[in-house]
Ligand binder design. Structure first.
Ligand code: AMP
Length: 486
């Protein structure tokens, strides 16, 4: 059985379409078919998946949108280590949050250092914010003009119970704006996200849920009031929420448990404890969002799971399933940097899950450019032909033509069959006779027609047929933005 993360599109012979159409948007066929999947001894660990070429097209597309929109708004890319001292997450995210309490992937030192027996000092990052704030402090970024706007794209790890849309290793993109507290920054950040989600054509499937959870003092007072309210009612709470009532009572607000939801209806409201200043802050964020044309839904139950949030919190929910499979969320964390040992420094950020976004794109029928197509397959017969083909293949590639060939010793007929399987648009055939006469056969696989021509003329001819504008060339200096960075 093939395990794929997302529904697989039917295979598509892109060679049957003009290249421009292929570039416009076709998802290629999945490399592995049921019959090809071998019975391997090893499989991906539970909750992890391979990102196969088909999904990489989606991933590249999302990353491009992120890079583009981030650069437009002045963000700079940062990469922090995939593992950090676990205390960064424990202190930053909060010891009593699900992420830290249940889902942290702990990393021991090496066997050599006796790390196997020692208590793990490190943890794989479950999210980016805490690591980026650590980096902000470590590299003295408070000396830079504020706010410092950073973005990151990469893997995160949570030892969660795997289920649809919930993995142990997944990809996030993350935006952080550190060093200034201004409602316009919250609104601008959300506007950048709206643009990214619109670029990948899923914004219309989502709703922006937004709330203001106030300052830590208000939350403390609210948490105390909640605890008081639940005195005598604890036994009606499911065990998970009874524990939360002790460790992190705010989490009861967005509990998925029905009994809790019923009890919470008559509980004190967070809004009763939020200060006038926070309310004003919230109103201003909403006003700015309206000015920027970003639709939102106010949601008084939205608290987000992590301790570090203050004031604005928001999530992008799937319109049909709501909170369950949010594609991303974020908020303001004005106390986090101080918690991690820095000077008091405000910040606001967001993280979105690429796997869930890809799922939405596929559900919405969004197609992405497939740039992995083979333009030319070069078939050859005999040692001399093979040698000539090698240079031909390399020259074609240099000109930006996607070329495969000079492979194996099979007959021309079976090489042609291979060219068909590679879905190449053209095939070049070089046999013993052609070598002798310095000619080559150019076959149009779509039309099923072929012609013999001078070897010296074949590269310009292929370029003419494909169209110069479709060649895969770039000059690093001029087109750095188009390079498929990781
Ligand atoms: P969070 O900060 O926990 O709300 O995570 C931000 C986003 O990351 C979520 O909205 C998801 O899109 C994604 N995400 C979080 N945890 C997982 C997971 N275990 N598997 C896949 N995606 C996840």
């Amino acid at each position: 059985m093939v395990r794929t993360l997302f529904p697989v599109f039917p295979s598509h012979n892109s060679a049957r379409q003009p290249r421009s159409a292929r570039l416009r948007g076709v998802s290629g066929s999945l490399l592995l078919s049921c019959t090809l999947m071998s019975q391997t001894e090893f499989r991906t660990p539970k909750g992890t998946h391979d990102v196969l070429p088909e999904d990489h097209q989606y991933m590249t597309y999302i990353k491009k949108a992120v890079r583009h929109r981030c650069r437009q708004a002045g963000y700079k890319r940062i990469d922090t280590p995939m593992f950090e001292h676990r205390a960064i997450f424990e202190r930053g995210i909060g010891a009593h949050t699900d992420i830290v309490e249940k889902e942290l992937f702990l990393v021991s030192g090496s066997k050599r250092e006796g790390g196997e027996d020692a208590a793990p000092v490190f943890a794989l990052r479950p999210e980016f914010t805490a690591g980026i704030c650590r980096s902000y402090i470590e590299h003295g970024m408070q000396q830079l003009p504020q706010p410092v706007e950073l973005y990151a794209i990469g893997q995160c790890f949570r030892h969660d119970r795997p289920q649809k849309g919930r993995y142990r290793q997944f990809h996030q993109f993350d935006l952080e704006v550190i060093g200034l507290r201004d409602p316009s920054l919250d609104a601008q950040l959300i506007h950048v996200l709206k643009n990214i989600l619109s670029d990948i054509k899923i914004f219309s499937r989502l709703t922006l849920q937004i709330n203001n959870i106030g300052q830590p003092e208000s939350r403390k007072a609210f948490a105390d009031a909640l605890k008081d309210y639940f005195i005598g009612k604890e036994r009606h709470l499911p065990e998970i929420d009874r524990n939360r009532l002790e460790s992190n009572p705010m989490r009861l607000l967005d509990s998925k448990e029905e009994d809790t939801q019923i009890l919470v209806k008559n509980a004190p409201k967070l809004s009763q404890f939020v200060s006038e200043e926070s309310k004003q802050y919230h109103e201003t964020v909403l006003e700015y969002l309206t000015a920027l044309g970003v639709p939102y839904m106010e949601n008084a139950s939205l608290v987000r799971g992590l301790d570090y949030y203050t004031q604005t919190v928001f999530e992008f929910w799937d319109q049909s399933t709501g909170a369950q499979n949010a594609v991303g969320g974020g908020g303001r964390y004005d106390g986090l940097i101080e918690l991690l040992g820095g000077k008091p420094t405000p910040g606001v950020g967001f993280a979105g899950g690429l796997e869930r976004m890809i799922w939405h794109m596929k559900e919405a029928g969004v197609t992405v450019p497939n740039k992995d197509q083979v333009d030319v397959f070069v078939a050859q017969l005999g040692p001399e032909a093979k040698k000539q083909c090698l240079t031909l293949v390399s020259e074609l590639r240099e000109k930006g033509v996607h070329t495969v060939g000079a492979l194996g010793e099979a007959s021309l007929k079976s090489q042609m069959r291979l060219a068909d399987k590679f879905q190449s648009r053209y095939t070049l055939l070089l046999g013993k006779m052609e070598v002798k006469h310095s000619t080559i056969i150019l076959r149009d696989m779509q039309a099923g027609k072929q012609k013999e021509m001078k070897l010296a003329d074949v590269i310009p001819e292929v370029i003419k047929l494909l169209g110069k504008e479709n060649l895969d060339t770039y000059v690093l200096r001029d087109h750095i933005g188009d390079v498929d960075e990781d």
